[in-house]
Design a protein. Structure first.
Length: 249
């Protein structure tokens, strides 16, 4: 069931907001970027594959005009200078950042811990957890320029209760849950930035297909159906909440 604490966003929930979305080229990230634009936001599309980002940019431009920016960033390979350049570009163009949504992620392999490939483990932990921490840290000064900023992380059911064979992915999501709680408490009362985490649940994405190749796709929620929950936490509808974990379905 959808978390009853999550409010429904208004049509103009993000009017005038500047929102960056990682993993914006496909899946949940794409759906969140499109929903944010539909609710009035200027959207910064962050992702690894420029061609996919360009396609999303075109969708937004066709529907809403020039309200999106492409920001290529490979979270697996990005250097400190790449993160700094993104922060500087956002500050120069927009003067602030009102929302940051973390949707990028890697599944890795479904393997027993005893047999888990160490390089794969390191890559998954880096992309899913360390890169999310670094990007948030680098963008915090830009978020502080907003009067009411929001950071939304993406978790998973296996990041709240460990499950056999989910290895690095599950551990990375446990880390995301902890990062959200620690950061929210640190920022409470000292910055106009709230921090929350969403568990999308079973959603029709490429990653879900990798994990469950024989699953009936018709039984899964479309990314578009859960995107409003991200919008709610980004906007004033989610203003009372920080340091919380929610379920989209």
């Amino acid at each position: 069931m959808r978390d009853p604490r999550l409010p429904a966003p208004r049509p103009d929930e993000l009017q005038g907001h500047v929102v960056a979305v990682t993993g914006a080229g496909e899946g949940i990230g794409r759906a969140v970027a499109l929903a944010a634009a539909a609710h009035g936001a200027q959207v910064i599309l962050v992702g690894r594959t420029v061609k996919k980002l360009q396609a999303v940019h075109q969708e937004i431009q066709t529907a809403h005009g020039e309200v999106a920016t492409i920001a290529p960033l490979d979270l697996e390979k990005a250097l400190a200078s790449d993160y700094d350049a993104l922060a500087s570009a956002i500050l120069e163009r927009y003067g602030r950042l009102d929302g940051l949504v973390h949707c990028a992620g890697l599944l890795g392999t479904l393997t027993p811990i005893e047999q888990y490939d160490v390089p794969t483990w390191c890559k998954v932990l880096h992309v899913n957890l360390t890169a999310a921490f670094v990007l948030t840290q680098v963008l915090l000064p830009v978020l502080r320029h907003s009067t009411a900023a929001s950071v939304v992380f993406t978790s998973s059911g296996v990041g709240r209760r460990g499950r056999a064979y989910w290895g690095a992915y599950a551990v990375s999501k446990f880390g995301i849950e902890g990062l959200c709680q620690v950061l929210a408490e640190e920022l409470q009362g000292s910055a106009p930035v709230r921090v929350n985490v969403l568990n999308p649940g079973a959603t029709r994405t490429r990653m879900r297909r990798q994990a469950y190749p024989s699953e009936n796709l018709d039984l899964l929620a479309l990314p578009e159906s859960i995107a409003p929950d991200y919008v709610a936490l980004l906007g004033s509808a989610g203003a009372p909440f920080s340091g919380e974990s929610y379920d989209c379905q």
